[in-house]
Design a binder for this molecule. Structure first.
Ligand code: MRU
Length: 352
């Protein structure tokens, strides 16, 4: 499958595939200021936890070039304030903070003495995060391909595909890998209100790859699962706590409950970079609250009486007890997750 490049370094700027315009337009938005880069994250021009991590690395590199600190001491002072500014763009996806910490640590540990050399270290680390993410996605694809039911149906929620990463995605990676190996199946994509990542993005990238996909409204997911057409549910994650509780796009929890009620296995696909072993349970994961207008005036069309407010959490927590397994680059992790996650990624995790 040919993956669209979600984020790319363009010299002294970052080019971002503007996902707010999909599926109508494939356009790159140039971010040549830190403000534009942060806005691109907040407005979901670039989105999905791993792609946000890649963007964070490049945004830090860009921010430091623009700030142009005069010496090494000043470099590290400015680095802290720029990190904090970028980190505030979206609170839930663990990859954002993880990437910022990783790039800062690379600068701290480098032998580089000059500011120019420190700039080069930051950029190199950002490129490394992007390259590694491509590998992680491919490995997740290999780990999960055997779960894909030959001739069956798969339900997914939101977009955890190529558009959410630097590679072939997380939840969609096993589907791409199985498809390339000759398996045939039907994908069902929840439309994913209020920003339509399922209808606009998942359906777009699967259709581009020639994989059959039907879009359903979020409220139809339970009926679809009851209908016998689905044998596997697979979603991505924005953050996984140490006990296996998962933050993912709002609506994921309801899908997991319905899957349990109908005895259909519910899997979460995520790279180690999304596991936050410093957060013991889902209760500690910050949930982004977004603007009420996204609910009452979706895509600019008023849908509720004037003056009525929307309630708009961007993510929910699926308790680990509803999850059959995590599809990771280190294979499929099974319950009890406290142990399997720690065994796979160490006490502090890669995402620590
Ligand atoms: O608000 P979004 O579109 O950034 O939310 C994305 C999701 O919830 C994805 O499922 C998650 O980030 C995993 S992406 C591989």
């Amino acid at each position: 499958m040919k993956t669209p490049e979600t984020v790319r370094w363009a010299g002294d700027a970052i080019d971002v595939l503007d996902q707010t315009l999909l599926p109508g337009e494939v356009t790159y938005k140039r971010c040549d200021t830190v403000e534009l880069a942060i806005e691109a994250i907040y407005l979901l021009r670039v989105r999905g936890a791993p792609a946000i991590g890649v963007m964070a690395g490049y945004t830090l590199a860009l921010a430091m070039r623009i700030a142009a600190p005069a010496d090494r001491d000043m470099f590290f002072d400015v680095l802290e304030s720029e990190k904090a500014r970028i980190d505030a763009a979206r609170p839930t996806a663990h990859n954002l903070r993880w990437a910022l910490e990783r790039c800062a640590a690379a600068a701290h540990h480098a032998d580089a003495r000059s500011v120019d050399a420190l700039h080069a270290v930051l950029l190199e680390e950002a490129h490394a995060i992007a390259a590694e993410d491509r590998e992680l996605c491919a490995a997740i694809g290999r780990s999960g391909a055997s779960l894909v039911p030959e001739g069956g149906g798969i339900l997914t929620h939101c977009n955890a595909g190529a558009l959410a990463t630097a590679g072939i995605g997380t939840a969609l990676a096993p589907l791409y890998t199985a498809w390339d190996a000759g398996k045939r199946f039907q994908v069902f994509a929840d439309e994913t209100r209020p920003l339509w990542q399922g209808a606009r993005l998942t359906a777009w990238e699967l259709a581009q790859a020639g994989i059959p996909v039907k879009v359903l409204c979020d409220g139809a997911a339970a009926s679809l699962l009851a209908s016998g057409q689905v044998q596997l549910v697979i979603v991505g994650a924005d953050r996984v706590a140490a006990n296996g509780d998962v933050a993912n796009k709002i609506g994921t929890y309801g899908v997991a409950l319905a899957a349990r009620a109908h005895d259909i296995p519910f899997y979460v696909a995520a790279p180690s970079t999304t596991f936050d072993l410093g957060t013991p349970t889902g209760a500690g994961i910050p949930i982004e609250q977004r603007n009420s207008d996204e609910i009452v005036e979706p895509m600019g069309s008023p849908m509720a009486p004037q003056g009525v407010e929307g309630w708009n959490p961007a993510f929910d927590i699926t308790p680990h007890g509803l999850i059959a397994g995590f599809v990771t680059e280190s294979g499929i992790l099974r319950p009890p997750f406290v142990e399997s996650i720690r065994t796979a990624f160490g006490r502090h995790g890669r995402g620590a």
